[in-house]
Design a protein around this ligand. Structure first.
Ligand code: ADP
Length: 221
């Protein structure tokens, strides 16, 4: 089972991917997380990526594909995974097809309005160590400013500033949104209303997935 999450920045891809990981065990493969890890470790690739990410554009396709291939080749991806943040343009969708990966492909399109995106990203805080996601109003950590999972101090992502958020939305509409037509033509696309609360969005994704899998009580266990 290969699950692809499409949606604007702040549409909840990371939150849904984490929920699917914890419900069914599918690893969350996030190109944003992989890139931020490379940036933190100051690898040659990370140094190039940092400037591209900081401006709200896309990191070049070859760099992201190299990171993705390495991640998908690890053993935990053998039984399936959730892709969060890839593909993000038509060329990346072609590259993904060209990898010839086995298993059915299910695509969820998380629809949110731009106004909701801006509100969510402005209040988002993340853990720089384990990438757990919080929101000051909607999902505060138990102890202010500290990650519930690993105890690291939370940060505001460098690209969650108003100007960069506007650029990321522009990038999304110009480059990523055209993928919706491509995947609806392949008939594997499921449109989800992403404007509601996280629990409601997750419930809807799981309902669709379980109907497809034919396991009303859960796919994995
Ligand atoms: P969001 O979906 O909220 O924008 P991500 O964590 O998925 O956040 O991505 C952060 C940044 O990383 C993007 O703005 C982009 O610069 C870069 N990035 C992530 N995935 C890709 C990708 N598949 N191709 C190119 N750049 C990417």
């Amino acid at each position: 089972m290969r699950i692809i999450l499409l949606g604007a920045p702040g549409s909840g891809k990371g939150t849904v991917a984490e929920a699917l990981r914890s419900a069914y065990g599918f690893p969350k493969v996030s190109t944003g997380d992989l890139l931020r890890e490379a940036v933190r470790e100051k690898t040659p690739l990370g140094l190039v990526a940092a400037s591209q990410m900081g401006q709200g554009g896309l990191v070049d396709d070859a760099t992201v594909l190299a990171l993705l291939r390495e991640r998908l080749s690890r053993e935990d991806c053998l039984g399936g995974y959730v892709l969060d943040g890839y593909p993000r343009n038509l060329a990346q969708a072609d590259s993904l097809d060209a990898l010839g990966l086995p298993g059915p492909e299910i695509v969820f399109d998380l629809r949110v309005s731009d106004a909701v995106v801006v509100e969510r990203l402005a209040g988002r805080r993340t853990c720089p160590n384990c990438e757990a996601i919080y929101h000051l109003a909607n999902k505060p950590p138990r102890k202010a400013g500290v990650c519930d999972v690993c105890g690291t101090g939370l940060v505001q992502r460098a690209d969650d500033t108003p100007e960069v958020i506007r650029e990321r939305l522009k990038t999304y509409h110009a480059k990523t949104e055209p993928l919706i037509a491509r995947y609806s033509a392949k008939a594997s696309l499921h449109r989800i209303d992403g404007d509601g609360r996280a629990e409601a969005v997750i419930r809807e994704v799981r309902r669709v997935l379980e109907a497809l899998l034919g396991h009303p009580d859960g796919a994995g266990h």
